[in-house]
Design a protein around this ligand. Structure first.
Ligand SMILES: [Zn+2]
Length: 125
């Protein structure tokens, strides 16, 4: 299961990206983009995330995984289409000069943090 290694890396990046001057912050959401060809199982990723964030500043954050479809393009006829798995020839002209445009991503798109609730009463709307 290589998802745990990936999750640990994600947590490192998230923790490092929390502004140093903000002490009492909670990470609410981590938005990830995962390509369908990246060989990552979203369920395993979420499972590992939950375990690995325990006792870190990321504990309790929601991991949001957006799956990026696999886009292919034929270099002979320029046809672009979405595929479900590895592809070796163009669906339009049969050419083998097919390039994968997307599908292998593993990116942290954004991180949402919130300041911990203060004792001020003015947040009661
Ligand atoms: Zn083609």
């Amino acid at each position: 299961m290589h998802e745990m290694g990936i999750v640990l890396e994600i947590i490192d990046i998230v923790v490092a990206s929390i502004p140093a001057h903000l002490k009492d912050v909670r990470v609410e959401r981590v938005n990830l983009e995962v390509g369908k060809l990246s060989a990552i199982v979203p369920e395993s990723l979420r499972f590992c995330f939950e375990i690995a964030t325990k006792d870190t500043r990321v504990e309790g954050a929601t991991l949001v995984i957006e799956e990026i479809p696999v886009q292919a393009r034929c270099n002979d006829c320029q046809t672009e289409w979405t595929i479900e798995g590895p592809v070796f020839s163009c669906k339009a002209c049969g050419s083998g000069k097919v390039e994968l445009l997307s599908g292998r991503e593993l990116d942290i798109k954004s991180i949402e943090i919130a300041e911990k609730e203060s004792n001020h009463a003015d947040h009661c709307a």
